[in-house]
Design a protein around this ligand. Sequence first.
Ligand code: FMN
Length: 189
Amino acid sequence: MFNNLSSLNAYLASRRSGKPRDMVAPGPDAAQLDAILHLALRTPDHGKLFPWRFVTVGDRDAFAALLEKAFIATNPDARPAQIEAAIASARFAPTLVLLLYAPQESAKIPLWEQQMSVGAVGMNLLHAAHAHGFVASWITGWASYDPIVREAICHGDEQIAGLFYIGTAGQPLEERPRPEPAEIVRNWP
Ligand SMILES: Cc1cc2nc3c(=O)[nH]c(=O)nc-3n(C[C@H](O)[C@H](O)[C@H](O)COP(=O)(O)O)c2cc1C
């Protein structure tokens, strides 16, 4: 895709997230998704602890059923329309990958560094999807923090770092405000 530095810069300047609800087919096929996940794993990780996992969600109906069970457990009086709205995200976009934070015991590497590493995997995953010509989005939403969802997806101390939706933009992507470097950069001393 990049045969010179300016096309790489154009790529970096053009990447932005799409709304999962607006994503349409095609999403990545199995080989493309495998390549995207390989690229996402080329991520800095102090101590080679690999404190991250992916869960690809193949059965969206099963995921919707899990979200429904979790939502009703927390909102027992929810009306059917509220439940429907809360679990709609289970079926958004052609492809859904969950990124898990899997903290590793280490005398040397603080958890903070492991948390930063999983965040870097998330960013890399967005870049890898974009580099393959897809649009992607990183959403935590309520489901990432729900104990029933976490119990069903995670092992041990793992946490859901986010739901990554990947597909094709069905609507023009909206730009969002970006700070100017001058606003957030200072010299020291
Ligand atoms: C860890 C994390 C969690 C997020 N969770 C949500 C969310 O639950 N709902 C939401 O609307 N946006 C969420 N966002 C923001 C979206 O990903 C947003 O669309 C994105 O930051 C847009 O930036 P981009 O265009 O540079 O990709 C989250 C972002 C991050 C980094």
